[in-house]
Design a protein around this ligand. Structure first.
Ligand SMILES: Nc1ncnc2c1ncn2[C@@H]1O[C@H](COP(=O)(O)OP(=O)(O)OP(=O)(O)O)[C@@H](O)[C@H]1O
Length: 329
C-alpha cells in the first residue's frame, strides 16, 4: 500500500558566515528519507538543533527544500504557495509547541477555530461554522462556555486544545506536531497526549510527532526515527529502539531517561553539545562523542541500512541484516 507521506532524500542547506567571515553551508537536514502510513504515528527525536523542526516545515511545504522529494497522498509537495499547494495544506496541519503564539490575542477562541473555514471558503454561513466549531470544542474536551473567551483567559492546556480544534476543523489526514506538549506541565501534557491518541483512534489521522520526551514518544509512536546532525541514525519500532538501542547515540538518549533503560549495559553519558553542522566531523558524525568509536568510525561514514533485527541503523558496530533479511524487511 502507498504511504500517506513519503520523504525521499530530503535536504535543506543554509548559506551562513563563520566567525571569520567565510561563507559556508549549514546542512540543517541532510538526506532524510522516511514514510508514514495513514492513521500511524512517526516519532522524530534527537537533541536540539538536529533538524526536527526543519524537517517538519519542509514536510508542510512552508520551507523550500534544497533537494529531495516529498509526496503526500500521491502528490508532490513543494513550497510554491499556489492553488495546488493550498489544497494540499488543508489536508496537513501543524500543531506548534507554543499555543499562545499560535493564537491571536485579540480574538475570542471560538472565532479563531472557524478561521480556516473562512480562509478556505469552505462553510457558508456564520451559524453553520459556529456549530462545526462547537462540535470540535466538544471533541477536544473544551467546555462550550469557553467559546467566547480570549486566549489569555485560558490555561495552557485549554489553549493547546483550542489549537488542536483549529487544526482539526479542515479534517486533515496528517498532523505535524512539533513539540506539542513542551510548554505544558506534566499532568496537562499527559491529558493532551491521551487526547491526541483518542482523536487518532476516532479520526484516523497520521501524526508526525516531534518531541525530545522519549517516554511520550514511546507511548504515542508506531515507529521512531532518531536524528543526529541533520540525518536519521536509527529507525524502528519504539519498544525495540528504546529497550535495546542499536546506535550508541540512541543509547545515549535512552541512558538519560533512567526509567526507559533496560539491561546491564554501561550507560553512555552524552558530553558537550553536538558539533556545529557547518563542520560535520569526518566518518561517523557521532564519533567524537561516542565511547565505542573505533578507527573505522573516524574514517568511513556509515550509511543507514537494515540491521539484523529489521530496524535501520547507521553505525559500523551494528550487525547488518543478511541480504535475505533485508529483502524481507
Ligand atoms: N534560517 C536558518 N538559517 C541558518 N541556520 C538555520 C536556520 N534554521 C535552522 N537552522 C539551523 O539548522 C539546524 C537545525 O535546526 P532545527 O530548528 O531544525 O533543529 P531542531 O532539532 O528542531 O531543534 P529544537 O529542538 O531546538 O527546535 C540548527 O543548527 C539550526 O541552527
Amino acid at each position: 500500500m502507498n504511504p500517506l507521506l513519503r520523504v525521499d532524500d530530503l535536504a535543506r542547506h543554509y548559506p551562513v558566515a563563520t566567525a571569520t567571515g567565510q561563507k559556508r553551508m549549514l546542512h540543517a537536514v541532510d538526506g532524510v528519507s522516511f514514510s508514514l502510513a495513514a492513521g500511524k504515528t512517526l516519532g522524530l527525536v534527537g537533541e536540539s538543533g538536529c533538524g526536527k523542526s526543519t524537517t517538519a516545515r519542509l514536510v508542510l511545504g512552508v520551507l523550500p527544500a534544497t533537494c529531495g522529494r516529498i509526496t503526500f497522498a500521491g502528490a508532490e509537495v513543494s513550497a510554491t504557495r499556489d492553488r495546488h499547494w493550498r489544497a494540499l495544506r488543508r489536508r496537513m496541519q501543524l500543531v506548534h509547541q507554543d499555543p499562545l503564539a499560535a493564537l491571536d490575542r485579540r480574538l475570542p477562541v471560538g472565532e479563531q477555530i472557524v478561521e480556516p473555514l473562512v480562509i478556505h471558503g469552505l462553510e457558508a454561513g456564520a451559524e453553520a461554522r459556529r456549530q462545526k466549531a462547537l462540535q470540535l470544542f466538544e471533541a477536544v474536551g473544551l467546555r462550550p462556555d469557553l467559546f467566547e473567551r480570549y486566549p489569555h483567559e485560558l490555561s495552557g492546556g485549554q489553549r493547546q486544545r483550542v489549537v488542536l480544534a483549529r487544526a482539526l476543523i479542515l479534517g486533515p489526514e496528517l498532523l505535524v506536531c512539533d513539540e506539542p506538549i513542551s510548554a505544558l506541565d506534566v499532568s496537562v501534557a499527559a491529558q493532551v497526549i491521551n487526547l491526541l491518541q483518542d482523536l487518532q483512534g476516532r479520526l484516523g489521522m497520521a501524526y508526525l510527532f516531534i518531541s525530545h520526551d522519549l517516554k511520550v514518544v514511546r507511548q504515542i509512536a508506531d515507529e521512531v526515527a532518531v536524528m543526529y546532525l541533520g540525518r536519521i541514525v536509527e529507525q524502528g519500532p519504539p519498544e525495540a529502539l528504546f529497550h535495546a538501542p542499536a546506535h550508541p547515540y540512541t543509547e545515549a538518549l535512552v541512558s538519560a531517561v533512567p526509567t526507559l533503560q533496560r539491561g546491564t549495559r554501561e550507560r553512555i553519558i552524552l558530553r558537550g553539545d553536538p558539533p556545529n553542522p557547518v563542520d560535520r566531523p569526518a566518518g561517523c558524525a557521532f564519533h567524537p562523542r561516542c565511547p565505542r568509536a573505533v578507527a573505522r568510525c573516524r574514517e568511513e561514514e556509515p550509511v543507514l541500512r537494515p540491521a539484523s533485527d529489521g530496524r535501520l541503523a547507521a553505525c559500523h558496530l551494528v550487525p547488518l541484516a543478511t541480504d535475505a533479511q533485508a529483502a524481507a524487511a
